[in-house]
Every structure is written in structure tokens, then in C-alpha cells.
Design a protein around this ligand. Structure first.
Ligand code: SF4
Length: 300
């Protein structure tokens, strides 16, 4: 019951209380959503830090700090390498599987040189299953280890026919039963041909996650699990591609281009290679070179 001193609720006031007040919680939700939409994008790698002061370089990084840095590195690399992808040429899961088996101990460029003829001559698992060893060897010889690889391709075709109905399986446990197929190859096929997230731990990936101090693990499976705990699952396949792109173009095994690296202020190993912008820029390679240098703020 209203008291004598209470303001009288009449006219516009009454309308406000009966119509607007019940809607206030919904209005708050709408404002919150609009705020989220207009908030700045998630942060990228900082562009300023004194050399040697990175917490990870001094063993002072927390677990949550490492996870945040891994995700920031992924976002930065997504901006630097928007076209990161598997660099093997293929059009079907079988072609990707074969190309990845051939890529062991050689470059993707060399594999891409032999696969057009190989794929044309052997378009199905049945064709590999009944192929002559010497016919395959002749075609894949430039990729090295061609005798073992040819035997693997024939065995792979036979197993696909006998165990999997002539289809490339999608399960990791099934893929690794194929000759010449390990966990790395299985993840490449699952991630790229079937859009199933997976981390590809190859030599570039191992070197880079150690330089970036994202894990101390040395066994490839342990590395895979350690990085999987840092990076969002939906990002696993692309994170692998981006890290491998960086390893091929900037963070070379022998002399990394630290002074022109887009991650240099997020990397505890900054200084493993030349830090002078001009000297480092000369070591950056690949078709994205000018974009990488611009992103790193290094002019030529
Ligand atoms: S190039 Fe240098 S700064 Fe960049 S990731 Fe490699 S070691 Fe770190």
C-alpha cells in the first residue's frame, strides 16, 4: 500500500513501470551482446619487448601464461599466414594419403613433381594393389627410399581393398595399420581430407615448439598431447600448418630469421639467429615474404 510520502504513480510513470521495467533484464543482455561485438579483436603478439626479458626465457612463465601465449601465437600466425595449408597437391583422400607416405625424408615440392603421373597411372586402391613394384619405383624414384615406398604403396592398396572396402578409413587406429602410415601421416589425412582436427608433429613442428618453449617434451606423441592441451581443438590442424609455414619460411633450422620474425616478442629463443632487421630479412623466404616482413614491421 502506498505511503503518504510516496510519489504518486500516474500517467507516464505508471506506463514506465508496467511496460519498461520488466524489459530491463533483456535490454541489459542486448547491450552486453553489442558490447561483445564491438570489443577489440583478441590480442596478437606484442610488438615491443626487451630481448631476454621474456618470462619463459627466465623460467618464470605460469601454465596459464603459456596457454595464453600459445593461443596468441596461433592468432598471430593466422594473420601472417592466412593461406596456410598442406603443401602437397591432392584432390582425394587416397591421393593425400599416397602423397604423405611419399613425403617421408623428402620435400613436398619433390613429391608434387612425381604425383601427377603416379595419380594418373594408379587412381584407385585396386590399381596400387595390383601394381608392379618396378612400375611404381620408376615414377617415385626422385623422392628417395623409392623401393620401400613402392612396397608400402602396394601393401597400402591391398589393405585398403581387403580391410576397408576400398575406402580410406577415417579412424586414427585404422589409418596407422596401413603400411608406411604413422600417427603424423594419419593426422595429415584426417585433418585435411576429412576435416577432423589433428596435430601434425613433423620435424619443423618439433623444432618450433621447442624454440617457442611451448613444451619440453621430446617424444612426438608426448609433444602432440602437450600442444593439444594448449591450443583449442578446432585449431589443431591449422595450428600445425601455420607452425610448419613459419618453420619453412622464417624459423629455419640452422639460422632462424629472428630479427624479422612476427613472433619475436613472444619467443623466448629470440636471438637464436640474427636479430638485425636487414640481416634477418634476407633469410625470410617464400611467396608471402613481403607480407611477413610488413607484418613484422621490417622494411627493406
Ligand atoms: S625465428 Fe627466432 S624469434 Fe622467431 S620463432 Fe624462431 S627462434 Fe623465435
Amino acid at each position: 500500500m502506498p505511503t503518504a510520502n510516496a510519489p504518486r504513480i500516474t500517467g507516464a510513470n505508471a506506463a514506465y513501470r508496467t511496460v519498461m521495467v520488466p524489459m530491463l533484464p533483456f535490454a541489459a543482455i542486448i547491450v552486453r551482446c553489442m558490447t561483445d561485438l564491438t570489443a577489440p579483436a583478441a590480442s596478437l603478439t606484442p610488438q615491443r619487448r626487451r630481448s631476454g626479458t621474456h618470462p619463459a626465457a627466465r623460467g618464470q612463465e605460469t601454465a596459464i601464461g603459456r596457454k595464453k601465449r600459445a593461443r596468441r601465437i596461433n592468432r598471430t600466425l593466422a594473420a601472417v599466414f592466412p593461406d596456410a595449408r598442406a603443401e602437397l597437391d591432392y584432390t582425394t583422400p587416397l591421393e593425400l594419403l599416397v602423397a604423405t607416405v611419399l613425403s617421408a625424408q623428402t620435400t613436398d615440392v619433390r613429391v608434387n613433381q612425381v604425383t601427377p603421373e603416379l595419380f594418373a597411372r594408379f587412381p584407385t586402391p585396386e590399381a596400387y594393389a595390383s601394381a608392379s613394384q618396378t612400375d611404381i619405383e620408376e615414377i617415385i624414384r626422385p623422392t628417395g627410399f623409392y623401393r620401400a615406398k613402392a612396397a608400402n604403396l602396394i601393401g597400402l592398396g591391398q589393405k585398403l581393398v581387403t580391410d576397408f572396402g576400398g575406402e580410406v578409413p577415417t579412424a586414427l587406429d585404422d589409418l596407422v595399420t596401413l603400411p608406411g602410415v604413422g600417427r603424423k601421416t594419419a593426422h595429415v589425412v584426417r585433418g585435411n581430407a576429412f576435416d577432423m582436427p589433428g596435430l601434425t608433429v613433423d620435424t619443423h613442428f618439433q623444432r618450433l615448439v621447442h624454440r617457442l618453449a611451448l613444451t619440453e617434451e621430446t617424444d612426438p606423441v608426448a609433444i602432440e598431447h602437450a600442444i593439444a592441451a594448449l591450443v583449442e581443438k578446432k585449431e589443431w590442424t591449422m595450428f600445425s600448418h601455420r607452425i610448419i609455414f613459419l618453420g619453412r619460411r622464417v624459423c629455419h633450422a640452422r639460422t632462424p630469421a629472428c630479427g624479422a620474425c612476427p613472433l619475436r616478442f613472444d619467443c623466448p629463443s629470440f636471438g637464436a639467429g640474427p636479430t638485425g632487421p636487414a640481416e634477418a630479412a634476407a633469410r625470410v623466404t617464400g611467396p608471402e615474404r613481403s607480407h611477413i616482413l610488413a607484418f613484422a614491421g621490417v622494411g627493406e
